[in-house]
Design a binder for this molecule. Structure first.
Ligand code: ARG
Length: 298
């Protein structure tokens, strides 16, 4: 993929190029894959260690990372996504993981408040982007909150994971700020699955992928009472299979997880595997690289 700032949106009869920054141009009829924020890797790297996947002596290969990101980008557009772009700030190597920028509902966004100093410098860049694009920026005051990494909507219900990066008190604030009536909050137990989006993925209003080993029995029971669960094997979970971007019935997710692809197909979903090895070196994959910008408003 070249360095084009234009996105290509396709539907059966329409081929249109639009600049990324034109939110009023988004239409679900033309872009059934929804509206997402991404960040083209410019200064992506592993320069510090804030999760068990990161190792400063096993750094991502820059060219391979750029081509893997380009391929993910291509899949999202091909499946009908409208993409918007935030510029990658120098000195913030994890900024490509836009899922952590905040949590959007309607025109409101609750901005991230990162746990680790290493990522706190991203906050002002994400804030500037949201403000420039017509969002009302809201903030938590009680503890840290890492955006969609730890908070995922399934219809009007909000699933949250706390313990490693986000605090339970902050999730309560998020729910109040966004007018969420049903909050399902569970504790994360395995440091390898430190964000909710590494081990849980709502596929629609009633079904979700889950890696059971990331939760306590009590947490898993709570999830199971709230939504039907497709349990993925540890082998696939370790390939970040739950870190999937859901665009209607199409699911873009990491390569190397045939068991989970089969389970998805049995439930009527089409898996689109993409190789993301260079991002897994930082502890992230497909979902971490995208933030949903269109969420059912209040
Ligand atoms: N290196 C990043 C961190 O540790 C990876 C973030 C992954 N993002 C996510 N939504 N799970 O913060």
């Amino acid at each position: 993929m070249g360095g084009s700032e234009f996105t290509l949106g396709q539907s059966a009869s329409v081929n249109c190029y639009r600049r990324g920054m034109a939110p009023e141009g988004f239409s679900r009829a033309i872009f059934p894959g929804g509206r997402w924020l991404v960040c083209r890797p410019k200064d992506y790297d592993v320069r510090y260690v804030i999760n068990p996947w990161m190792n400063t002596s096993v750094v991502p290969e820059r060219e391979l990372a750029a081509s893997q990101w380009g391929n993910l980008h291509h899949h999202l557009i091909r499946l009908g996504a409208w993409l918007e772009y935030v510029e990658h700030a120098d000195g913030q190597p994890d900024m490509v993981f836009t899922a952590n920028a905040g949590l959007v509902r309607g025109k409101d966004v609750v901005l991230a408040r990162f746990r680790h100093r290493e990522r706190q410098g991203e906050e002002r860049h994400f804030r500037a982007w949201f403000e420039a694009n017509g969002f009302t920026v809201r903030e938590v005051t009680r503890g840290s909150f890492e955006g969609e990494g730890d908070a995922l909507f399934s219809g009007s219900r909000l699933f949250c994971g706390y313990g490693f990066r986000s605090d339970a008190a902050a999730h309560e604030e998020v729910a109040a700020l966004l007018g969420v009536s049903e909050l399902v909050a569970v504790e994360l137990k395995d440091p390898r699955f430190y964000h909710l989006d590494t081990c849980f993925c709502p596929l629609n209003d009633s079904l979700a992928l889950v890696y059971p080993g990331a939760f306590s029995q009590q947490g898993l029971d709570l999830l199971g009472r709230s939504i039907e669960l497709i349990r993925v094997p540890e082998r696939d979970a370790l390939h970040f299979v739950c870190n999937a971007v859901v665009l209607g019935r199409n699911v873009v997710l990491p390569a190397g997880c045939p068991d989970t692809y089969g389970m998805l197909q049995m439930r009527g979903f089409s898996p689109f595997p993409v190789a993301l090895s260079e991002f897994i070196k930082a502890g992230g994959a497909a979902k971490c690289l995208s933030l949903k910008l269109e969420q059912e408003a209040r």
